[in-house]
Design a binder for this molecule. Structure first.
Ligand code: COA
Length: 362
């Protein structure tokens, strides 16, 4: 290219640049419009919540006064429950503030995933991450059962510190994005990080030698339980998504419901087995704390395992109670509908993009 050609190219590029400027202006205007729509949605959402609370409060007062519930009131209560679930789904499409924990760890970066399909992918990836790490932990725990090599023990314990710490971040992101994960399951991973941290600095003394086999068996056991949990959770995730695509949801929701209970009846005995194991560990550590060589780590770990046992038991029993109460099918149906809606939006988006490409090529 000589100087003349360079100048001509530059002139040419200028017209392209003008086009880019126009598109960018359009884009910024649209972003502003989106921002305005988002704050409008938030206001409307708050308005809905406020008025629903007033109605729900009035219904409660009537119930306290002993006014008998007629069919209309029972229907209204059902409608309120439906509306609450729909508001939850609407809220999930709006950007959210990071929790304090995420703000401290990640800073004020936006982790909101506004598209349900992307959320699905993120959740799926989270489950797969847990599965892979559990498989590695299982192999290391079994190796440690047969080989007494301190660095190998430290590798496993360090892996656990990192794994639980990572889970707390991923679960906080899931929570920001509308997951209904119970507070304890998240807190459980914070406590597990502390447990693994204390294990890491437990000196290699006689109490550790007496305890390490029990610990390795426990890790191997919960890795297997983790695999079962993975099967159950991904089953729920994929079935809900598929359910959203079906036309007659009422029939398939029945199928989903019975599948869920079958899955749970298979998983629950193993979960309870894990909690009994935690109790046994707490008891073993309590005894070890009287050992002349026992360091401060032993009683603290005993107390933490006991805490894990009780809170796990309490939360799981509460979850089961909630599942046996009314409204479960309806809640799952609404979640499936949310998938359907986001699928429809994704299809429309794709069609719109395709028509744009076609109109450009013409
Ligand atoms: N870890 C992460 N997320 C969990 C969770 C857990 N332990 N338990 C439930 N969730 C999530 C679900 O995936 C769902 O997420 P979503 O809103 O994004 O779809 C949400 O929390 C609500 O779940 P819920 O309907 O209450 O329960 P579920 O049917 O999905 O799962 C259990 C019920 C009992 C199977 C599940 O809570 C569980 O496996 N708990 C045991 C955990 C444990 O004890 N681990 C240590 C083993 S020793």
């Amino acid at each position: 290219m000589d100087a003349e050609e360079c100048l001509k190219e530059w002139e040419d590029l200028l017209t392209d640049y003008k086009r880019l400027e126009t598109v960018n202006k359009d884009y910024i205007a649209k972003l502003e419009e989106v921002g305005e729509l988002q704050s409008q949605c938030m206001k409307e959402l708050e308005h809905q919540r406020y008025r629903m609370n007033v109605i729900a409060g009035a219904l409660k007062r009537l119930e306290k006064k002993g006014v008998t519930k007629d069919e209309r009131v029972a229907n209204l209560e059902k409608e309120i429950m439906k509306r609450k679930a729909m508001l939850h789904e609407i809220k999930a499409t709006l950007p959210k503030q990071n929790s304090m924990y995420l703000r401290i760890i990640l800073g004020n970066v936006n982790v909101s995933i506004l598209n349900k399909n992307d959320k699905f992918k993120y959740k799926d990836e989270y489950e797969k991450f847990k599965l892979v790490l559990s498989a590695i932990a299982f192999v290391l725990a079994v190796l440690n059962l047969y080989v007494d090599f301190r660095p190998l023990q430290l590798i496993l314990i360090f892996l656990l510190v990192w794994y639980y710490c990572t889970l707390t971040i991923r679960e906080s992101i899931l929570k920001v994005n509308g997951s209904r994960i119970k507070g304890w399951w998240r807190l459980h991973h914070f406590v597990s990080t502390v447990v693994a941290g204390i294990l890491l600095i437990w000196p290699q003394n006689e109490p550790w030698n007496e305890f390490r086999h029990t610990f390795m068996w426990f890790i191997a056991y919960i890795s297997v339980v983790q695999y079962m949990q993975f099967r159950y959770q991904s089953g729920v995730l994929y079935r809900l998504k598929a359910l959203g695509a079906r036309h007659n949801m009422d029939i398939t929701i029945e199928g989903f419901h019975s599948w869920m209970w079958r899955g749970l009846s298979y998983l629950l005995p193993f979960l309870f087995g894990g909690y009994v194991f935690q109790l046994y560990i707490a008891y073993t550590l309590y005894h070890l704390s009287y050992h002349p060589e026992a360091t401060w780590q032993v009683p603290y770990l005993a107390a933490l395992y006991l805490l894990l046992h009780f809170c796990n038991m309490y939360t799981i029993l509460r979850t089961l109670r909630k599942k046996t109460q009314g409204g479960l099918k309806l809640r799952y149906k609404l979640r499936a509908i949310a998938y359907r809606l986001s699928n429809e939006v994704a299809v429309l988006e794709q069609k719109w993009r395709q028509s744009k490409v076609e109109s450009k090529t013409e």
